[in-house]
Design a protein around this ligand. Structure first.
Ligand code: SF4
Length: 339
């Protein structure tokens, strides 16, 4: 596999079919930690281990864990009293934590630390009596959990209508925060619109859109600019995956499709296509990308060039309650498990 740092005019430099493979892509540190937490919980407690909502938004990951004994539920009252329940990487509101406590569940909080960071910002600014405009997708689990930290202080800003509808008590005590997996460019456009209405709107103390989302968008911009077709591996309910398809198209790709599996690739997508870009969302195991590359090679796109725009070495330790249990049992605390 060739690595290239600059993709400008790649399409013009080569007359043969090729693949531009975005890097970084796939698993982020928060997803890795959440999936390993369920795997370690299954090893330690035995099946079943209950998980509230999908641990991460990926079909393949969820069905693999189901085969090992994880049971995915929508609400805590579906878990038998006293059972082990894992909260997903997207986070939960304090009301959900309280409901699990009241039911006597043994909980493991696999919320990504970068989502927890946004929860803390909501707690802090609500305590200082700010109004908080939370930019994100209404109904997404992360937004439900984050807004649930201070429902009285938070308004969700999803579409333009929600900007028009918003009302604040004191425009000088007003801050915007966001979901971690949004499009960076679109979010900034939303903030510009918000600032037209609220000129004193304050920025978050640090970026809420996480490093993994940002890095994958930067990489796919380069890939999209040099590709006729871009394939993004990931599930339909994965916010960061869906954003990658949009960013690829905005960057210049003639077409872009999201697929869960290589088997979903259609012949008609390849008419007149010389360069195929490939990336994957932050909850996608690399084996699914490998299967796409095998399919593409069969179609004559065997020349794979990696477009590397950043290096990532972020790693989060396992949830504290699981670490404590494993340590007491003398079990390996290493974050890495064989898959
Ligand atoms: Fe955490 Fe970002 Fe991964 Fe979400 S996409 S789990 S916020 S690192």
């Amino acid at each position: 596999m060739t690595e290239i740092k600059d993709t400008a005019d790649q399409r013009l430099q080569s007359s043969s079919k090729m693949v531009l493979l975005a890097a970084p892509r796939g698993y982020c540190a928060g997803v890795d930690r959440a999936v390993i937490a369920v795997e370690k919980a299954l090893d330690h407690y035995g099946a079943p281990v209950y998980v509230r909502k999908q641990i991460v938004h990926n079909k393949h990951v969820v069905s693999s864990l189901e085969k090992r004994g994880a049971i995915f539920i929508n609400e805590v009252d579906e878990a038998p009293e006293g059972s082990v329940l894992v909260f997903s990487a997207h986070g939960v509101s304090p009301a959900v934590v309280a409901a699990a406590e009241a039911r006597g569940l043994n909980t493991i909080d696999a919320t990504c630390p970068l989502v927890t960071k946004v929860h803390r910002e909501v707690q802090r600014f609500a305590a200082e009596d700010y109004d908080i405009l939370l930019v994100g997708h209404e109904g997404h689990e992360e937004i439900e959990g984050t807004a649930g930290e201070a429902p009285h202080a938070v308004q969700i800003i999803d579409k333009d209508e929600s900007i028009e509808r918003s009302t604040v008590r004191d425009p000088k005590k007003l801050i915007w925060l966001s979901q971690t997996t949004l499009s960076v460019d679109e979010t900034m456009e939303t903030v510009v619109k918000l600032r037209k209405k609220y000129p004193d709107l304050q920025n978050p103390p640090s970026d809420d859109i996480c490093y993994a989302t940002q890095n994958r968008q930067v990489a796919i911009k380069k890939v999209g600019a040099g590709s006729d077709l871009v394939l993004v591996v990931g599930s339909a309910n994965s916010s960061n995956t869906v954003r990658l398809v949009e960013v690829a198209l905005e960057a210049g790709a003639k077409s872009s499709y999201r697929i869960d599996y290589a088997s979903e690739i259609l012949d008609e997508w390849f008419d007149g296509v010389q360069t195929v870009g490939v990336s994957s969302g932050a909850s996608v195991p690399e084996e699914l990308v490998d299967e796409v590359l095998v399919d593409l090679a069969r179609r004559g796109y065997g020349d794979v060039r990696t477009v590397q725009t950043a290096e990532e070495d972020v790693q989060f330790s396992l949830p504290a309650e699981l670490r404590k249990e494993l340590k007491a049992a003398g079990t390996d605390l290493n974050n890495k498990v064989k898959r």
